[in-house]
Design a protein around this ligand. Structure first.
Ligand code: SF4
Length: 173
């Protein structure tokens, strides 16, 4: 089976995606989200991601990352949608880079489940990152699984976040 590195944004979003992808690929999770603010929120989302990967019997890589990496990456681009596009780019490029350096054939992201993200842009940015690092971006519209993700999360008693992730979104910006 081909190997896919899955960028995981949080436990709830990954909950129905991992079993779906597990039928097609040998999947490994990758938790790289320097955008998540503050640190306690980052840790809560990481804990729920760990719970889901363990439940599905796959591993999880947590590369080194600092909250400041995100602020440095976006620079003066502090408003939507441009801030979000940079946020996707930073996370997907790092995932593609790691996947390319570690023998994966594909990479993808759990962000593709969210009806609240700029879905078409995510696809475009994933494909660009794939070209840059010489690896295939696996695209699937996971949005029909969103409702199921909330149901599984309740069953597994996962932490359900109340905002997208960054400092700005915490203030509903
Ligand atoms: S609102 Fe969400 S996608 Fe946009 S920059 Fe913040 S964390 Fe990233």
């Amino acid at each position: 089976m081909e190997k896919l590195l899955l960028h995981i944004c949080c436990g709830p979003c990954s909950a129905p995606i991992i079993p779906n992808l597990n039928t097609k690929f040998d999947v490994l999770g990758f938790y790289f989200n320097p955008n998540i603010y503050p640190e306690t929120e980052f840790e809560q989302r990481l804990a729920s991601a760990k719970k889901v990967v363990e439940f599905n019997g796959i591993g999880l890589i947590v590369p080194e990352q600092e909250r400041d990496d995100f602020f440095e990456y976006i620079g003066d681009t502090k408003t939507k949608p441009d801030r979000c596009l940079l946020c996707y780019k930073q996370r997907l490029a790092r995932t593609a880079e790691y996947a390319s350096e570690n023998g994966f054939s594909h990479f993808s992201t759990t962000l593709l489940i969210s009806p609240f993200q700029y879905h078409d842009k995510l696809k475009e940015i994933g494909e660009e990152a794939g070209k840059e690092f010489g690896i295939k971006f696996y695209y699937q519209d996971f949005r029909p699984l969103y409702k199921e993700s909330r149901e599984i999360s309740r069953g597994l008693e996962l932490y359900l976040q109340k905002y997208c992730g960054c400092k700005f979104s915490r203030k509903r910006k």
